[in-house]
Design a protein around this ligand. Structure first.
Ligand SMILES: [Zn+2]
Length: 510
């Protein structure tokens, strides 16, 4: 049977600077979903990459005495390195400066123009000449330019517009009828009531104030608005072109999930559907606007001086501890918080104590009592039921959470099995059983149940902490690592465990 496809994307990262852990979170989150879907048997296409055009980048490059292309080449490379460092298993890393994308965007612009969805008009706004920026009335500070404080003047400029107003009714219907298109629910209400219902104005989709962008194909004074350029990355890199579409595009489009930050929901849920309708293409199945990771409950930013970078955290705690922290600490709809102190607390309580200790204690007892040989004589007692029943239901529990992208809760559910296993050690007291020769088979069974619970946890932890799961599989000497093996009792018998290794060293700062 052919595998069902699943296309997931992150937003493309803006190459104006190196992403901090708050930006990196999105790639890790998408990765955990992509890995989960692969383990579930889907044919996954996972796309991420960089957004490289626009005035801000042109200015930053100038400040750094570099050409814009040199500047974005460096940053894009660094972003890719961070994604790789965090074990982000993308299928394609795309860049908006790739020629294939640039050519496809020009054709898209041309098609929308030929169709009458893009027209030449006049943009009028409050303009600050030294800053070369338009402002709206509400952006002004004391009636003056918010950037430099100078007087602004009313200025008119030739510009191309996209007929967003034409799609007003269709957008309203989309939001009214399709309750799962945009998640979480709060974002859907916000878009519908604050943006769509009050009325959509046509969107200015070209700029003449800078040159670093994709040129309008029939008027090279204009560059194409960076969002029209950026959003189309989801189709151009799959091989969509106005006059020709690839097999890959036919297979994977529409996307199943665009995972994005909550701050860019408007672009993805209002502009993007309108652009796709204009091209007569299907809409993505779902857009999920994830919350933010804050530091000391404040937005993370370079200018705020509170930026924390993934590479520094990884050096100190390892990749999986960082992945676990960000995935666990950001709830479904609320912002999460990161500080070094909080990360270390969570590291010690969950990774070192609950997971690391369980694995070490269990392997140490197996070595001490049975020379690390695994067997299962099945001397069952009723105390085992709680553990086994929970372990057997865990895939279903986790699956329900993952289908709603409640990653943090899915992790809690997996750790619940580890918690119960630690409790099971206290309940069964293997060291007491070891003193009584007639209890040898019961002791073997108890240790088997513990090892099997560890294996099941590790199988389910793969999407989130792949490296740790691999280490556990190696210690257990097991080949049963797929989701098909999740039924309790699939850990091989007549195998010998490998040497235990410390998974997470406790952090002691005293
Ligand atoms: Zn100004």
């Amino acid at each position: 049977m052919e595998k069902e496809k699943y296309y997931i994307s992150t937003a493309i990262a803006y190459t104006s600077g190196i992403p901090h852990i708050g930006n990196t979170y999105e790639a890790i989150l998408a990765d955990s979903i992509a890995r989960y879907k692969r383990l579930k048997g889907y044919d996954v296409y996972f796309q991420t990459g960089t957004d490289e055009h626009g005035e801000k980048i042109e200015l930053k490059a100038k400040d750094a005495s570099k050409s814009p292309k040199e500047f974005v080449d460096e940053i894009a490379n660094e972003i890719k390195n961070i994604w790789d460092l965090m074990h982000v298993s993308y299928d394609k890393f795309v860049r908006t400066t790739d020629p294939i994308h640039e050519q496809a965007v020009q054709k898209i612009f041309q098609k929308m123009y030929d169709k009458g969805d893009i027209y030449l008009g006049e943009y009028s706004g409050l303009y600050c000449t030294p800053c070369e920026s338009f402002w709206t009335e509400s952006q002004l500070v004391d009636g003056k330019c918010p950037d430099c404080g100078r007087e602004v003047t009313l200025k008119k400029e030739e510009a191309y517009f996209f007929k967003l107003s034409k799609y007003q009714k269709r957008l309203e219907e989309l939001f009214e009828n399709n309750t799962t298109f945009l998640k979480p629910e709060s974002r859907r209400n916000e878009m519908l009531n604050n943006f769509i219902k009050p009325g959509l104005q046509d969107l200015c989709v070209s700029r003449t104030s800078f040159t670093w962008g994709i040129k309008v194909p029939f008027n090279d004074k204009h560059v194409i608005y960076v969002w029209l350029d950026a959003l189309t990355n989801y189709i151009t890199n799959l091989g969509y072109s106005v006059d020709n579409v690839s097999d890959e595009f036919k297979k994977y489009w529409p996307a199943d999930l665009h995972l994005i930050g909550k701050d860019i929901v408007r672009f993805h849920s209002i502009y993007w559907p309108a652009f796709l309708w204009s091209l007569d293409l299907e809409l993505p199945h779902q857009i999920f606007g994830h919350p933010w990771l804050l530091s000391n409950n404040d937005k993370i930013g370079k200018s705020k001086g509170n930026a924390i970078y993934a590479s520094d955290l990884v050096e100190k705690y390892g990749v999986d501890a960082v992945r676990y922290y960000v995935l666990h600490e950001i709830p479904y709809a609320n912002d999460g918080n990161i500080t070094y102190e909080l990360l270390e607390e969570r590291y010690n309580s969950d990774l070192a104590n609950i997971l690391g200790n369980l694995v070490n204690r269990t392997l140490a007892m197996s070595k001490k009592y049975f020379n690390s040989e695994v067997s299962n004589p099945k001397v069952h007692e009723s105390v085992d039921d709680n553990l086994i029943v929970y372990a057997n239901s865990l895939l279903k529990i986790v699956d329900n959470k993952m289908n709603e992208y409640k990653i943090s809760e899915a992790l809690d559910d997996i750790f619940e099995l580890l918690r119960r296993s630690n409790k099971y050690i206290d309940e069964t007291c293997p060291w007491v059983l070891a003193k009584d020769e007639t209890k040898a088979d019961r002791l073997k069974t108890v240790l088997y149940n513990l090892l099997e619970s560890i294996r099941i946890s590790a199988v389910l932890l793969q999407p989130f902490m792949n490296e740790t799961s691999e280490k556990i599989f190696k210690m257990l000497n097991t080949k049963n690592t797929s989701f098909d093996t999740l039924e309790f009792g699939n850990l091989e018998t007549n195998i010998t465990l490998n040497e235990a290794e410390i998974l997470f060293n406790r952090i002691d700062n005293k």
